[in-house]
Design a protein around this ligand. Sequence first.
Ligand SMILES: [Ca+2]
Ligand SMILES: [Ca+2]
Ligand SMILES: [Ca+2]
Length: 221
Amino acid sequence: MSKMAFAFPAALTLALAPGCSSAPVENDLIKPVYSKETGRLEQLTADRDHDGKIDTRAYMDGSHLKFIELDRNNDGVPDRWEYYTPGAPAAGSQAGVGSAFDKGTLIERAEEANGPDVKVTRREYYTGGRIVRVEEDSDFDGRVDKWEQYDNGALVRMELDLQGRGKPDRRLVYGADGSLDHVEIDPTGTGAWAPAPVEPAPAAVAPLPAANKSNRKSGGD
Ligand SMILES: [Ca+2]
Ligand SMILES: [Ca+2]
Ligand SMILES: [Ca+2]
């Protein structure tokens, strides 16, 4: 899978463990933010691409991670949020900033805003830290039009709503090696999925007459 959950907790554990001098790079990157009133750790911030702007914020309740907010395209606006299961304090750690940072915490949900604004357009669901399901509004009209299912972290099925009915009409089924195995269609939306007609290979399509070029529409903008 190309989209991996960002492994912030482990990095933070290294960075903030008291007396840990083996992670100087992480210490340069990650800055804690404390509550002025209570002194509790509220955020850990990072500039992961070294452009001088914070792009990653882990929201903390003391030593416990609540969620991580990311700005993947560096425009200053958050566009991905990762939510984690409650973790247990690291074995043998002392209570305190970072030292009891959630050990074994796992991502359980993520949201992305991939459209023109901060509206969430993609939702990822995880079990045991592995992605199992995704819902996405790929054309940003506010309605989900793409559903993905994963098995052992690998995409096994993708369903698409190409007709805008709010339910899928095309299903792509993937093999164990990740390649597309076959396509099914449900053109009437009744749930009666059938194999998609095999499209002719390009070589089998008769070439269009050259005169058709003049029929090309000039619109589009
Ligand atoms: Ca940055
Ligand atoms: Ca952004
Ligand atoms: Ca949509």
